[in-house]
Ligand binder design. Structure first.
Ligand code: PMP
Length: 432
């Protein structure tokens, strides 16, 4: 065990998950690559954790941050007007598609979701909230409460009354053999049953959903399901919160917000991760009436601070100026096309992708059961081939790839080939 790893173990919580048998320390980055303390360079097909959507050491972002620091205003107070906040809020409100939108900035996705839940439950005067099975929304009390993925739900106590909905669990025994239409119908019927309970208990405040479940393993509800949910929710006046922490800013290629793929305009949308290209920034954009309704003062001391705003404005401008959504769409198709061949392997249960989000399910070659140990081995094999990837899923058996949106064509091919090679190596070894 490295000296740093030993010290980490001694003073940091045991549940802080580190990747790799021999966890690495990343000491520098350039373009879409990072270098570790031992001098090994890797192509980053996980973009930090979808945080570095422009990769590393981007001149436009660095210079914007340096200009802000040079003014000596690293942080004053969000009690004063901050130009970068207003400018960024204007851009996000316009991009959101939400009528009369207003924006509140936080430091993380967790806080963004906490804020959205606060807005929705307050506006509706009820603590009844709907969430999706297998979801991940953060690690604060409210965000954990709406997290359905038991692998990441570190407390079952809750400040909210949460009802979980189906939508990304086609493998659930109740739905086996159903096509999309039958599954959608069964899910909507279940929602109506759930709502009957929620109505008796004060009425539903909102549904919070990820357009593509991130930690859950890049799984998506079938076309039309979330739109059908929205229609039913509208009947009850319940709100729709789209958690775009992983799916925003064009990552899914076919839509700027992930929820656009489902044909839904939400009442609130939460974001974080990629927006600061590594700097801590998150927030919620919501209908102005919801945002303005809270009765007392609110403030996030560091949320929307001048340095994060400089990074976020520069990052968002870069995404828009370079049409990175189109890049995600084009290269997403190229990578996915190469990965689909893996689905013939006995240890691969499925391959899917949307823009620059790709998942490969690793399974036991005999039983087809989720195989988290094989997924962990693919991570090690990919590392040996100079490629960083992620993993996730309810059972930890899903390989997750989400490279920076600035990926080049050559890098797309390089990453795809290294991944295919790593999976093939693990598959061959698993079958002895
Ligand atoms: N929502 C989603 C969909 C996420 O993936 C995450 C982080 N993995 C969060 C919320 C929480 O964000 P943060 O870690 O910035 O608090």
């Amino acid at each position: 065990m490295s000296e740093l790893h030993e010290r980490h173990r001694a003073v940091m919580p045991s549940w802080l998950a580190l990747y790799y048998d021999d966890p690495m320390e990343i000491t520098s980055g350039k373009g879409n690559r990072v270098t570790d303390a031992e001098g090994n360079t890797y192509l980053d097909f996980f973009a930090g954790i979808l945080t570095n959507m422009l990769g590393y050491d981007v001149a436009e972002v660095r210079e914007a941050v340096e200009r802000q620091i040079a003014r000596g205003v690293v942080h004053t107070s969000t009690l004063y007007l901050i130009r970068g906040q207003v400018e960024l809020a204007e851009k996000i409100a316009r991009l959101s598609g939400i009528p009369d939108a207003k924006v509140f900035f936080t430091n993380s996705g967790t806080e963004a979701n906490e804020t959205a839940l606060l807005l929705a439950t307050y506006a509706r005067g009820t603590d009844q909230v709907l969430a999706m099975r297998n979801s991940y929304h953060g690690r604060s009390f409210g965000a954990v409460a709406v997290t359905g993925n038991t692998a990441w739900k570190n407390s079952s106590l809750s400040p909210l009354n949460v009802h979980y909905l189906h939508g990304t669990d086609r493998d659930h025994p109740a739905f086996r053999g159903m096509d999309d239409a039958a599954y959608t119908e069964a899910c909507v019927a279940d929602l109506r049953e759930v709502l009957a309970t929620a109505v008796a208990a004060g009425g539903p405040a909102a549904l919070i959903a990820e357009p593509v479940q991130g930690v859950g393993g890049f799984s998506m509800a079938p076309d039309g399901l979330l739109a059908a949910y929205k229609e039913v929710l509208d009947e009850y006046g319940a709100l729709f919160i789209s958690d775009e922490v992983q799916t925003g800013w064009g990552r899914t290629g076919s839509s700027f917000w992930g929820i656009g793929n489902h044909g839904v305009v939400p009442d609130a949308l939460t974001f974080a991760k990629g927006l600061g290209n590594g700097f801590a920034v998150g927030g919620v954009v919501a209908r102005g009436d919801l945002m303005d309704a809270l009765p007392a003062n609110g403030l996030s001391t560091f949320g929307g601070n001048p340095v994060s705003m400089a990074a976020a404005n520069a990052t968002l401008d870069y995404v828009l100026d370079h049409d990175l959504q189109a890049n995600a769409d084009r290269l997403g198709r190229a990578v996915l096309g190469g990965l689909t061949a893996l689905s013939d392997l006995p240890t691969v249960g499925g391959v899917r992708g949307k823009g620059l989000m790709f998942a490969v399910d690793m399974v036991d070659p005999e039983t087809g059961a989720p195989a988290p140990a094989l997924a962990a081995r693919v991570l090690e094999e990919a590392r040996r081939r100079g490629l960083l990837i992620g993993k996730g899923g309810l059972r930890g058996n899903v390989l997750r790839m989400a490279p920076p949106l600035t990926l080049t064509e050559d890098e797309a091919h390089e990453g795809r080939d290294a991944l295919v090679d790593a999976v093939r190596a693990v598959d061959a070894a698993a079958r002895g």
